[in-house]
Design a protein around this ligand. Structure first.
Ligand code: SF4
Ligand code: ZN
Length: 394
């Protein structure tokens, strides 16, 4: 590192900026770091004056630095924003309970209102209970889907206009790589967006750290002595992202610009015309925005509640196959129970699964085939399934 700061030519350098290679002193680092984020906010048109903004706060380095910087910039540049902290308690003992204590301290330090929502209250399940049922595979799928929806619900309660998240440049570059490797066109398109569309059915999300390197966020938190929680989640086996992360770190060691380059590549990729992209609709169970008739959170929740936790996991075709198989097994089990426990029905009884239309009932309100068979009050349909899951387009 050079002896004097590249910017002020005066101070002692404390960090070599990965993006530019400049060796800068503490004062110039703070100035460059904050000004770049301000520039991202202004050029990306992320906020409008007078808006209420919820900062997704986990107590970790990214969201703690985001809360700090948003407060600083809001005052310095007079954005006129009303800031809130919004936290989700996934119910992970020894991890989230401790990190939420950090968020509570941040609330005092930054003097911002805080709202905490828990999975237990929203879904009736903690992550501890989910992991007990499903083990340490796919747990992050449940957690990610539930968190996304929980944040939206919290934002609706707070009546905010936007949600700001601490996704940094490294996170976004990793997601680009993962989506390229998976061939996930829809997500590839969305993951580099600095803000989600102004959709009336969802609260827009913005990423002020889109071009901010993780290394600099850590350095900023360290130099500023910010109060953040640095322990990893105890259920963190997210192997696929881990590989993308390692790959990116290797690239970065050879070429520090690699992170920004991957983001720019993701932004520049275009989708061939005619490629089918999911359309947004509302979940018919919970009303949350979804690209299917029933949202992923509701399908996962149904799986948990029915003791079939793999219900919504994996490829669409496999999920459909599993649902079909479950239904067949269920019907067979019902038929077996019926044949072993019931006395044989006279031939003129309706079949157990045949729904009699009301028009076929006589004036006494029965089908007339046998006593105790169909009536207006008693439906022959055995299934209590309200939604035909086989018809879902995952
Ligand atoms: Fe949830 Fe997985 Fe993150 Fe832990 S690592 S908080 S289980 S998404
Ligand atoms: Zn739903």
């Amino acid at each position: 590192m050079s002896k004097l700061c590249t910017i002020c030519k005066d101070g002692r350098p404390v960090i070599k900026r990965p993006k530019t290679g400049d060796a800068v002193c503490k004062k110039c680092f703070y100035w460059a770091f904050e000004t770049e984020i301000h520039h991202t906010i202004v050029t990306g048109n992320l906020f409008k004056r007078g808006e209420k903004v919820a900062i997704g706060a986990s107590g970790g380095k990214d969201s703690t630095v985001l809360a700090h910087v948003m407060k600083v910039l809001n005052e310095r540049f007079d954005y006129g924003l009303d800031l809130y902290l919004l936290s989700i308690d996934e119910g992970i003992t020894g991890y989230r309970d401790d990190s939420l204590e950090t968020v509570k301290r941040n609330q005092q330090q930054y003097d911002l209102p805080l709202k905490i929502l828990s999975y237990e209250d929203l879904y009736g399940w903690t992550m501890d209970a989910i992991v007990k049922q499903i083990g340490l595979k796919n747990n992050c799928t449940f957690c990610g889907v539930f968190r996304r929806q929980a944040l939206d619900r919290g934002a609706m309660i707070l009546k905010v206009d936007k949600i700001a998240t601490g996704h940094n440049a490294d996170d976004i570059a990793e997601t680009v790589i993962m989506n390229v490797l998976r061939g996930d066109i829809a997500r590839l398109r969305r993951c580099t967006a600095i803000k989600t569309a102004d959709d009336p059915s969802g609260i827009p999300r913005v990423k002020p750290f889109k071009y901010t390197y993780e290394k600099e966020i850590v350095a900023y938190a360290y130099f500023k002595k910010l109060d953040y929680f640095s322990t990893e989640c105890i259920y963190s086996p997210n192997a696929y992202r881990g590989h993308a992360r390692t790959y990116l770190k290797d690239l970065e060691a050879i070429r520090p610009r690699a992170i920004i380059d991957v983001i720019h590549s993701g932004e520049s990729m275009s989708v061939r015309e005619g490629v089918k992209l999911p359309t947004q609709t509302k979940c018919e169970r919970c009303g949350y925005i979804s690209s299917n008739a029933v949202c992923k959170a509701c399908v996962l929740l149904e799986g948990l509640n029915k003791g079939l936790p793999k219900l919504g996991i994996g490829k669409t075709s496999k999920v459909k196959q599993r649902l079909k198989q479950n239904k067949m097994e269920e019907s067979k089990a019902i038929a077996d129970i019926d044949s072993s426990t019931k006395t044989p029905q006279p031939e003129n009884y309706c079949s157990p699964n045949a729904k009699e239309s009301e028009s076929s009932l006589n004036e006494t309100g029965t089908c007339g085939k046998a006593e105790g068979c169909c009536s207006k009050e008693k439906d022959c349909e055995k299934s209590d399934e309200k939604i035909d899951l086989n018809n879902l387009d995952f």
